[in-house]
Write a protein that binds this ligand. Sequence first.
Ligand SMILES: C[S@@+](CC[C@H](N)C(=O)[O-])C[C@H]1O[C@@H](n2cnc3c(N)ncnc32)[C@H](O)[C@@H]1O
Length: 314
Amino acid sequence: MGYILNTTNDYHIRTLNTLGWELTVCNALHPEDSPCRQILKNRESFGTQLFHSLEKIIPFDRLKNVLEVGGGLGYLMRDFLSLAPHLQATMLDISPFLLQKQKETLNGSPVNFREMDFLKISLSDLRSIDLVILNENLGDFPTLVFDESQPKQNDPETIRSIKRMKDYMEEFDLEFAPKENINIGAMEVVEKLCGADIPYVYISEHSCEASMNNAHFPQHQFTARGVPERITLKGHDEFTVKFSHLQKIARSFRYRVIRGQYIDLFPLDFSDRLKTALQSPTPLTDEQEIIQQFVYDLYKYEYLVLIKDSKKKG
Ligand SMILES: C[S@@+](CC[C@H](N)C(=O)[O-])C[C@H]1O[C@@H](n2cnc3c(N)ncnc32)[C@H](O)[C@@H]1O
């Protein structure tokens, strides 16, 4: 009885050659005629809407260096740079395929590109960064997956991760249920960012602690499972993220934490189109299927903004 370490590195480095089947909210909102834009109050792209929400709490005009980790097709950063062209951006990604896509999307902007696993970056490389963005990708980082039939582990990476889990329990006063899957990679990411004293951090991912309770759509409500859940995708599995643990780690480093659901950032326009798409439990058309999945994601994704008040610019 023990844990297996789920990782997606091999998939991202060697196999990934499209993001099409893994439709992030960012990419779902990319096409101007996307049905997902039509059901929102604000019909702008993902990056534009996110920027305008974040600028209420992050003084972009006073920031210089921004790092986006796992930027996918690069659309978020393209929007950010069009709204804040003074930013000096670095895109870091483990996937050579996606890094190439980001170069194409950001062609013409003075952006640095780094192909690497974020968990391998040194603290000194992070120290000059004012803002780090991780959008919809923490679930890709390693997860300790509980497996009843697993004999005692002797794989060195798994042993190292189990040891870190025990360290985190002590250091950050985290509690895990006996058979819970553990977002060990996501916790390492947050520990690294806070340890490097990054003034501003934005993170978003599918959450295992989010729920949907909207009287307009009684058939689509869901409650939080509370423990990281497996999401099976093409060629790899990811896990939903336990945000309360990340929050606790950031607070231990004396960060101020702002937490919410995507639905707060991207509010719905309760039009007939939306109501029709959500009135039946199963979709009747392709568009309804897209909208049902999109609305689910708006509730299922959470975000965190971490602010180091003593170090923040301005
Ligand atoms: C689901 S995609 C999200 C893409 C984009 N942020 C978006 O919202 O559309 C996950 C991204 O994280 C990258 N990624 C996964 N593991 C990584 C790691 N360990 N280090 C750096 N990038 C990673 C992937 O290559 C990909 O670009």
